[in-house]
Design a protein around this ligand. Structure first.
Ligand code: ADE
Length: 231
């Protein structure tokens, strides 16, 4: 998969790129590129944003700058680009990211993530250049970079080769394998610590019983967190 992040702060991704599952994914042939719209701005002095029409605090990323940047990177009109690859605009009011959405994105061959800054995007960027508006939660971050990293992280770890154990991403919280419920609790050695014992069944070696126990704990967590089960 090719993940392109359009950001005014590409250096934020240097740390992310160095994380183990990301280096694994890159070694397996996936790509993570950062594209800086400032490199293509038609405005003088590297200007990329402007004050909002109608007044108000903060600055808004300009539509003409994003147009020039996407044309510069991809050599096509961005209105056409979103028909060729998924273009996600990160914004607090977008479609909420969840495991189902991540699975959907993990099927794509190429994704572009647009990071807003300051007060966000000119709405026409979302309307005309993006295929999806994506939110990672109902709160406001200072920009889309951390949200884009969350999306990239969640998607990359679904791709073969990025996690150490082939099954690690299959049976985890909110997956279909767990009926959309949170994951069951995990324990490791020591089997008893300060009198706190690991549930007996996990030490029993009875795989079917362990599976049943885990599924039941998962369901309980789903019920108590108010998250709906898929099943
Ligand atoms: N940009 C700022 N806040 C955001 C959020 N919660 N989700 C996605 N993008 C954002």
């Amino acid at each position: 998969m090719q993940l392109d992040v359009v950001t005014l702060f590409p250096e934020w991704f240097d740390w992310f790129r160095g994380q183990r599952h990301v280096t694994n994914a890159l070694a397996a042939g996936h790509e993570l590129r950062c594209l800086n719209p400032r490199a293509h701005t038609p405005l003088s002095g590297g200007q990329v944003d402007d004050t909002p029409f109608g007044g108000g605090a903060g600055m808004v990323l300009r539509v003409d700058v994003m147009d020039a940047a996407l044309r510069g990177f991809y050599g096509v009109d961005p209105v056409e680009l979103r028909g060729r690859r998924r273009v996600l605009a990160l914004t607090p009011g977008g479609r909420m990211l969840d495991d189902r959405f991540v699975n959907e994105l993990a099927q794509e061959e190429a994704i572009t993530l647009l990071c807003g800054r300051y007060e966000g995007f000119d709405e026409r960027i979302i309307q005309h250049f993006a295929s999806d508006a994506v939110s990672i939660g109902r709160y406001v971050l200072s920009g889309g970079e951390l949200a884009a990293m969350v999306v990239c992280d969640a998607v990359l770890r679904k791709l073969p080769g990025s996690l150490g154990h082939a099954d690690s991403a299959l049976e985890e919280s909110f997956s279909e394998a767990l009926g959309g419920d949170p994951e069951y609790p995990h324990y490791t050695r020591p089997a008893e610590y300060r009198g706190w014992k690991v549930p007996e069944v996990l030490l029993s070696g009875h795989h079917a019983e362990i599976r049943n126990w885990r599924r039941a704990r998962s369901r309980e967590r789903g019920a108590s967190s108010g998250g709906g089960s898929l099943s």
